[in-house]
Design a binder for this molecule. Sequence first.
Ligand code: DON
Length: 302
Amino acid sequence: MQDILDRIERDIQPYFGMGEVANYIPELAKVNPKQFAMSVATIDGEVFSCGDHSKKFSIQSISKVFVLTMAMELLQDELWNRVGREPSGTAFNSLVQLETEQGIPRNPFINAGALVTTDAINQRFTDPYNEILNFVRGLCQNPEIKFDDEVAQSEFQNSERNTALAYFMKSFGNIHSDPIKLLDIYFHHCSIAMNTEDLAKSFLFLANAGVNPLNGEEVISKLKAKRVNSLMLTSGLYDNVGDFAYRVGLPAKSGVGGGIVGVLPGEFSVAVWSPELNLSGNSLIGTKALELFTSYTEKSIF
Ligand code: DON
């Protein structure tokens, strides 16, 4: 495994410079584009890494998997009255379908869908910030995981589209919180800073039928773990999800910080980070690295 990761790190070098760092969040635009890290965590407790694997980055939309997992426990099947389970075929921050679909987002991984799952958490907890943080800390067994307040602040100052989404859905009765408070919580969970090792570990419960192999605790049922993985496969990479499935063949979730985490149920989770993005807002080198990984290891869900 270590040889394969080292080989991938060499093979991705020619791809630097082909994408662009996210620039609509000023704090993210400052990140050095020429960085790469990859970590594989197995359900047996092994971790393999290459590149800048201890460097923390902004997980952004990868946090939508954590809030979906929490919201599925809180709302059970009622959640699906408020958010769909279909790929959107549109950009992650698109408004176009919401008007005709009565404020019900297509899936929990587009921004509108994650605002709904975040709303469910805010409705249920007095301190939603710490509930989310502690959930993620527990998953990767790292109490040091924190929000990056500067990234959250930077996004809040440039949040016209997300603000529009929150108020628009509220007009349909699908947001119950104060939209400004909701956006603040959403920007905070998107700002969580993690390295690829922590991220790979934090997705192990999805590779292990809902049980966190790091402490033996059931995070969600086996059925719900299957469902989260299915949703990642169909919606985890936005309007790029078909191309990603074709090339990589793993359920996965991306973020505009340049991270992508994939899962092979029964075996491992794999996190990759490289800040330059393709046109859909997914890490260009991260996608390439995962494509090489499933090719070299001959391990994918297919
Ligand atoms: O709301 C946003 O636009 C960002 N906080 C998250 C978007 C994102 O990560 C999309 N992922 N590829």
